[in-house]
Design a protein around this ligand. Sequence first.
Ligand SMILES: Cc1ncc(COP(=O)(O)O)c(C=O)c1O
Length: 459
Amino acid sequence: MFKTIIEPFRIKVVEQIKMTTPEQRKQMIREAGYNIFSLRSEDVIIDLLTDSGTGAMSANQWGGIMRGDESYAGSPSFFHFQESVRDIMGFEFVIPTHQGRAAERILFSVTCNEGDVVPNNSHFDTTRANVEFRGALALDLPSLELADMDSDYPFKGDMDVAALRDAFAEYGAERIPLVMLTVTNNSGGGQPVSMGNARAVAEVCREFDTPLYLDACRITENAYLIKMREPGYAEKSVREIVREMCDLAQGCTMSAKKDAIVNMGGFLATRDAALANEQKILLILTEGFPTYGGLSGRDLEALAIGMQEAVDEDYLHYRISSTHYVGQHLRDVGIPLLWPTGGHAIYLDAKRFAKHLAPTQLPGVAVANAMYQIGGVRACEIGTLMFGSRDPETGVESAGPRELVRLAIPRRTYTQSHMDYVIEVVKRVWEERDTLPAYRIVEQAPVLRHFSARLAPVE
Ligand SMILES: Cc1ncc(COP(=O)(O)O)c(C=O)c1O
């Protein structure tokens, strides 16, 4: 009815942002070796590095933190958490873990062996690492539509179902212990997966008697995007849509640091009693007793409440509209980005943004560093610094598969005026795009170099 997007909450507690000048930031990024991961967060004005664990909890959640029961075994906070997850997702066995990757490690430890293959629309990097740690192959099967950054296709997060069938034909069902569907598809630009696609994937899994698991950390954002975009879902509630998707699966892993809006937490859920028992044994080894896993009672309370708040449609409307608002404003002036916007982030196409720079000149770093220097906004390069490599013999750099800059938006943390500020900063960088310098890597670690590399602009 009104075009102004308002936050469906009031602010009770505030956190001071330290304002800095471009001159100060120029010096701070130089001291950080031109790597945004090495900045101190207090020197950042708007931090869009990740949406994981950076959300603002509600008064209800903070109330839950005080009510949390810290009993070692059988805590009421565990039962509240279990009931909340069952209520939203319908999975019978719920195993708390300290975060998503711990759930992944347990799931793949009990299901996956050397030589196995795990198909996924796109593995998140910790998911991939946990599959590979078991000696199995993490097979990404993204939809073909994802390759076109500009099309209006509404569900670019889908899995390529024909490719999934091919994988069963090539490796045989006995080598595929499970199929995973990541909703929304984070490594695929935070794009949603349609219910039609999830149903088709579940159908193939049924045919080959293979369980389907969801990587469900953004399932409520995904459900809201289904409601908005998929024919036949406009009248269904997000709660119903989430349940419909879960009904297609045997279980899920969940990093609750995303849609469940807690700063730490996760879980593994399944319908399979025997598997749950095996999983609990591993849980005890590394995480803790099954009624707390890797979490304290207060965390379980906050998570239980966050799960319910995550399906609130006023909240999701604001969340998805606000992300779309940022994307639309940037697109209107011609800034290249992955379209349509998904739930949690805007992905700028640095290759076209800084088109005078070759991938090995790190265009994503150039854009991200300019955003910081010009406006104190921190975003993350997902390009050659993150996924490229240097030949140890020749020192020759090879490019990563894409050059993106991700602006991940924390939940309920920033206001619309903060988003207007971000838009202004990115537009300013866009105006100066032809002057952005190339970067070279001065120092790097042998693995995961983007976290600690030191860089320098090429004069
Ligand atoms: C799709 C997806 N799966 C799994 C994870 C891992 O979760 P965590 O960071 O809680 O271990 C993430 C985290 O960013 C994610 O985005």
